[in-house]
Design a protein around this ligand. Structure first.
Ligand SMILES: *Cc1c(COP(=O)(O)O)cnc(C)c1O
Length: 248
């Protein structure tokens, strides 16, 4: 008698397929498994499906809305025997939602302006002073490498202009850069990711005290080229959660 196929089985099988693709891309780039984290972007699924993703082996989830991040954080932590999972904030963050995210998101990937960085810094500093927090908030700087008007993030030139200000902010610890590639072409995506890496190398060259080890880039349609271009963290939504999404 065969057991009914469950969603957890689907997630496990899909994860194996993803890992195969990841390994091929890592092989092309001469990199290894430890060099890249795989995030399952759970923004479109409910807490049960997010929990199944954790059971399937994902240890990092991403959410793009503050309220939903907090809801998933609380929902997942209330489940007995669920393996430990980290949640990151990857979407647009309004200043009036910063306090909600603090303490729930391990890393905020979407710092897109000096103004937002200052606002996060202020709120975290207050909590550090009050003894509520013991470490600065880890953040990534979102860069609009492709220059598409619809995309948020620092223009590379704007980031060059304010990186010293960003480095001086207490309360935040800048760990790396994040970007999103235009849809539709792996070639264009590869160029975008290479641009992110080159900007990282340039900034680290100019500021020896700056370490931008995390490069958060690559999604369902372009994670393989992202890994070949140096991504250290791929963010997978549809390909991880939707069994009928075709691997490309
Ligand atoms: C939704 C989302 C993803 C995942 O997108 P897919 O194309 O479904 O993999 C990755 N990063 C961010 C910032 C997102 O909002």
């Amino acid at each position: 008698m065969s057991m009914a196929q469950t969603y957890l089985d689907d997630l496990r099988r899909r994860r194996e397929e993803i890992l195969e693709r990841v390994d091929i891309a890592l092989g092309h780039a001469g990199r290894s498994r430890e060099d890249v984290k795989i995030m399952a972007v759970s923004k479109t699924v409910d807490i049960d499906a997010a929990a199944d993703a954790v059971r399937a082996g994902y240890t990092l989830l991403g959410e793009n809305r503050p309220q939903e991040l907090v809801r998933k954080f609380e929902g997942l932590h209330a489940i007995d025997d669920l393996p430990q999972v980290r949640l990151d904030m990857i979407g647009n963050l309004q200043k009036n939602k910063i306090n909600a995210v603090l303490g729930h998101a391990e890393v905020i990937h979407s710092i897109e302006s000096l103004d937002l960085a200052r606002a996060v810094s202020q709120r975290v500093s207050r909590r550090l002073e009050a003894g509520e927090f013991f470490a600065p908030q880890q953040v990534l700087l979102e860069v609009n490498v492709s220059g598409e008007e619809s995309k948020s993030g620092f223009a590379p030139e704007a980031l060059r202009a304010c990186i010293e200000d960003l480095m001086e902010l207490s309360g935040i610890s800048v760990r790396g850069l994040m970007t999103m590639a235009p849809r539709g072409s792996k070639e264009v995506a590869a160029k975008t990711f290479a641009g992110l890496r080159e900007l990282r190398d340039e900034l680290e060259g100019v500021y020896p005290s700056l370490t931008l080890s995390e490069l958060s880039c690559g999604m369902s349609e372009d994670f393989d080229v992202a890994i070949e271009e140096g991504s250290t963290l791929i963010r997978l939504g549809r390909v991880a959660f939707n069994p009928s999404f075709a691997l490309q």
